[in-house]
Design a protein around this ligand. Structure first.
Ligand code: SF4
Length: 940
């Protein structure tokens, strides 16, 4: 008798759709299998350029994100007090009419009375444009409390940055330093890359106070003290300079190392570049013995010395200033070792290893290329040393300069966009700084002259009044935070409550859980959201909130617009926003509905366009006043930001024959769907390195619409932009800062990277708050979304405070004991676990696991609400020493990781504090999860 044939590879479903994951910021390609109209299985897409088929725990658990009991089901209108959770379900017609009425009144009166801020969404190319058309300057996404220090430092130094805008050369790198990187952005590409390095025997060094995530597989872990990474970078630079392990040839070719800086203390041009009559920066040419344009071909520039210009002014090359600064004894190994918590011998060895890999094992690729001057080169020479960094170094009040310090170190090693080193991903690099300034002036049609977020080139670009007061509700681009390139979402609620600098009418938030895990000073934030004037009206008059889930923020909204899940709508992962390019190719992607919503919800992007049309915003209606776009899918295809430039770069032109630039193609979305949801264009072979000065790359980038011209991009060791603010603080220039900001500007706007103690540490006595407290991102969760996901909750549903065993012993604390953790701002009581994977003066916990009871429709006794906690309660949104926000003084980046704490063992009967009253956002039934049980009998 024949054995029945076994199907060893049963199909997971009857239909498969290719789209893009949204369980974290990485944007991997996924295949979603459906059976009988239900999601059966999510699989990585092997053809996708981001993840090559790899899928993580979060991505697989997207099924539970889609079927989450926490999903909102209908628009809601508040009928009780804010925070009460008392809402009335309303129809979309009523919701949109109400929102249109509120926003219409604002726009007619003063568009800046709308504060429109978004959280971890991926549609800033739309939301920023919408805010511009509305005419409000008060717009930003979440970057100000995420990693703007890294983005801004990168863009003002390299024209690009780490994060997902650049990557190590995984194919040729021999030595990778991960600075402050936990499991985070770009996670599957990093995992794939680390696998390649491991297979090749490259060394991976993780510099992080906590050894988690990628650090777990590093060859060496440097348990550094939080906030001292910049010092460590300077000590490495000191060692490299001392040993003359510097790539001078690279510096002169690609950076401003040879540019002359005017030395005229007290004068209006002190510290600026010496320039010729055409504004060209000058250098001193050894050949002719005089100044010549620094970008001229066939010159022999001096990089050290002091020179007298024909007009009598004295000037020195940038590199001279660099060497002078970092050879200073304050950066010797012995001077920094104790503060960093890293032995001097270790730092010396790291410097030696960097130099050895960079200079004794250069990578040579037999790939001819032509530089921007037209000179041909037979090969590509590179330094196989790469850095990658993330929020750990960035979320400090010294984070901007720390990120600049890392870039300086990379540049001195000649390790930016060369074979083996850090590489730009198109559309980067951009000119330094990028040319687009923030919008400020109102057009005749009520819109702004430019998008609200942009790049400040000098004091004249600030958004300040004649008295120097901020003009944005978040104080971005003010004298206090001049380069706040991503805005400052973390200041909005306090400032809106305090009417500082002016009252707003409506706070419009999307996907920003600002009453809980996205807020510093959570307790007071809740108070600001609910505070009333004497006449009984709310100080923040109106709050509109859009989200897919019943998050803590929903309870504080007046009007709730329910979003779809990521599997039910169109999304655009655009080159105008945060694309999915890699160093060898430009790429973008879409999401498209895998399922139709079974609830009365709408994709937020389409709702925004609908609102825009109802408000008659420019660009959103046609000549007859009818909506210009049917929905977001239509906008993705037909909207042109500039002639030929749209949200998607693939298959443009009437027949899809063009890429990068070209007229809209009505079939564009289908072409994406047919291609697995993405488009990718290869960078030509000869254009893959030295992108900042590679003729083929610059021409290709211009043809794709990434760059306006083909001028080389000179990497900036020394930032003239920063010096302009210093000069203003010294009294030069027409626009002057208020007196109370002068010292701050003089101190922190140093054109070369500096290190200073994080502000909180400088304000409190070390002996009173001897420990650092930080969070880490679990690799199985992404923000609050993940910690309500039924499958991911099974990995962790509560968190502990992790202490090094030696530290625990010092405080007489054991596993499971409760401790009071006290900052200068507040205290919490939480349980402890001992773990050796942490720098002994640092305590840590997982981020965003703790939830407010009654939120996310979890059961009343859910561990996340009873036994999960946040460090947010301990973190003040203000500095202890003055009225500035707890942030970097240059970019306004929230300084989450500056937190200093004291620890005290408490009574064995202690329980968690603080406890907030339970929210009433509904709860799911507490029945055991049975998802998939019905599939058993239907498997073929
Ligand atoms: S890394 Fe992020 S985007 Fe990729 S599969 Fe995991 S959750 Fe999805």
């Amino acid at each position: 008798m024949r054995e029945p044939e076994l199907n060893l590879s049963p199909s997971p479903g009857d239909t498969v759709k290719h789209t893009t994951c949204y369980m974290c910021a990485c944007r991997c390609g996924i295949k979603v299998w459906l059976r009988d109209g239900a999601i059966r299985y999510i699989q990585g897409n092997p053809q996708h350029p981001v993840n090559r088929g790899v899928l993580c725990a979060k991505g697989s658990a997207g099924i539970m994100q889609h079927y989450s009991p926490a999903r909102l089901t209908k628009p809601l209108l508040r009928i009780g007090e804010r925070g009460s959770g008392e809402f009335r379900e309303i129809e979309w017609g009523e919701a949109l009419t109400l929102a249109t009425q509120w926003l219409g009144e604002i726009r007619a009166r003063n568009p800046n009375e709308l504060a429109f801020f978004t959280g971890r969404d991926q549609s800033q190319a739309l939301t920023g444009w919408w805010a511009q058309q509305f005419g409000t300057v008060n717009y930003a996404a979440h970057g100000g409390f995420c990693s703007v220090n890294m983005a801004a430092a990168g863009l003002y130094t390299l024209g690009g940055s780490f994060w997902e805008f650049g990557e190590p050369d995984w194919e040729h790198c021999r030595y990778l330093m991960l600075w402050g990187v936990a499991e985070d952005h770009d996670s599957n590409p990093i995992k794939l890359g680390l696998g390649k390095l491991k297979a090749r025997g490259a060394k991976i060094v993780a510099i992080n106070p906590v050894r988690t995530g990628y650090g777990a597989i590093a060859d060496e872990w440097i348990g550094i003290r939080p906030g001292t990474d910049g010092l460590l970078a300077f000590a490495l630079i000191h060692e490299l300079l001392r040993a003359d392990h510097i790539d001078l040839d690279y510096l002169v070719r690609f950076t401003n190392a040879h540019w002359l800086v005017i030395d005229a203390p007290g004068a209006a041009d002190d510290g600026l570049f010496a320039r010729d009559a055409d504004g060209q920066a000058l250098c001193w040419d050894r050949g002719c013995g005089g100044p010549v344009p620094a970008d001229a071909a066939n010159i022999q520039p001096q990089v050290v010395g002091e020179y007298t210009l024909p007009d009598g002014r004295r000037a020195r090359p940038v590199f001279h200033l660099v060497a002078e600064r970092y050879l200073d004894p304050q950066y010797t190994l012995d001077a920094v070792a104790e503060r960093c918590g890293v032995p001097a011998a270790t730092i010396r060895r790291l410097a030696r290893e960097l130099a050895e890999q960079a200079f004794e094992h250069p990578v040579r690729l037999a790939q001819p290329w032509t530089d921007a001057h037209g000179r041909q080169h037979a090969e590509m020479l590179g330094r196989p040393v790469a850095f990658h960094a993330m929020r750990g170094i960035s979320a400090h009040s010294n984070g901007f300069h720390t990120c600049r310090a890392l870039h300086l170190l990379q540049l001195l090693l000649g390790a930016v966009d060369t074979p083996g080193s850090f590489r730009f991903q198109p559309p980067y690099p951009k000119p330094i700084p990028p040319p687009n300034r923030p919008g400020r002036a109102r057009r005749a049609d009520g819109g702004l002259d430019a998008a609200p977020l942009g790049f400040i080139h000098g004091p004249d670009d600030l958004l300040v009044g004649a008295d120097g007061a901020p003009q944005r509700i978040d104080h971005a681009y003010s004298w206090a935070y001049p380069l706040a390139t991503h805005g400052m979402l973390h200041t909005v609620i306090r400032n809106a409550w305090a009417a500082d600098p002016y009252p707003i009418d409506t706070l419009f938030l999307f996907m920003a859980n600002m009453s809980w895990n996205s807020a510093m000073n959570t307790g007071e934030t809740i108070g600001w959201l609910t505070d009333k004037r004497e006449d009984g009206s709310y100080r923040i008059p109106r709050i509109i909130y859009a989200d897919a889930y019943a998050s803590e923020m929903v309870a504080y909204a007046d009007l709730v617009l329910p979003d779809t899940t990521y599997l039910e709508r169109h999304d655009c992962i655009s080159l105008l926003d945060r694309p999915i390019s890699d160093a060898d190719g430009a790429a973008d992607a879409i999401r498209h509905p895998v399922l139709e919503p079974d609830r009365d919800v709408r994709g937020f992007q389409s709702v925004l366009l609908d609102l825009g049309a109802r408000l008659k915003l420019p660009g959103m209606i046609d000549e007859n006043g009818a909506p210009r776009y049917r929905d977001f899918a239509d906008y993705m295809v037909r909207h042109e930001r500039a002639p030929g430039i749209g949200l998607l770069a693939g298959w443009r032109g009437a027949n899809g024959e063009l890429q990068g630039k070209g007229p809209p193609n009505p079939n564009q979305l289908q072409r994406y769907i047919d291609n697995g949801g993405f488009w990718r264009a290869e960078v030509p072979e000869s254009a893959r390195y030295y992108k900042m000065a590679n003729r083929d790359y610059l021409a290709w980038a211009q043809s794709m619409g990434f760059l306006g011209g083909t001028d080389p991009i000179v990497l900036q060791l020394y930032s003239e932009t920063l010096q302009k603010f210093r000069l203003a603080a010294q009294g030069h220039g027409a626009l002057q800062p208020p007196d109370h900001e002068r010292e701050r500007l003089k101190r922190y706007f140093d054109p070369l990277p500096i290190w200073y103690p994080p502000f909180e540490a400088a304000a409190v006595a070390n002996e009173d708050y001897p420990l650092h407290a930080i969070t880490q991102r679990p690799m199985f969760m992404y923000h609050a979304w993940g910690s309500q996901n039924a499958w991911l909750r099974q990995i962790a549903a509560r968190n502990y405070l992790y202490l090094h065993p030696d530290t625990a012993a010092r405080y007489g604390v054991g596993d499971g004991d409760f401790v009071e953790l006290r900052s200068q701002h507040a205290s919490i009581i939480v349980p402890v676990k001992l773990a050796g994977n942490v720098q002994p003066d640092t305590v840590w916990t997982w981020n965003a696991i703790g939830k407010r009871r009654g939120a996310w429709r979890l059961a009343p006794d859910a561990p996340e609400g009873r036994r999960g906690f946040l460090l947010n309660h301990l973190i003040s949104d203000r500095l202890p020493q003055d009225e500035h926000t707890n942030a970097d003084p240059i970019t306004g980046q929230a300084a989450w990781f500056d937190l200093r704490v004291a620890i005290r063992k408490v009574d064995a009967r202690a329980s968690y504090e603080p406890q907030f009253p339970s929210l009433r956002l509904g709860q799911a039934d507490n029945a055991p999860l049975r998802y998939g049980a019905a599939f058993r009998d239907s498997t073929p």
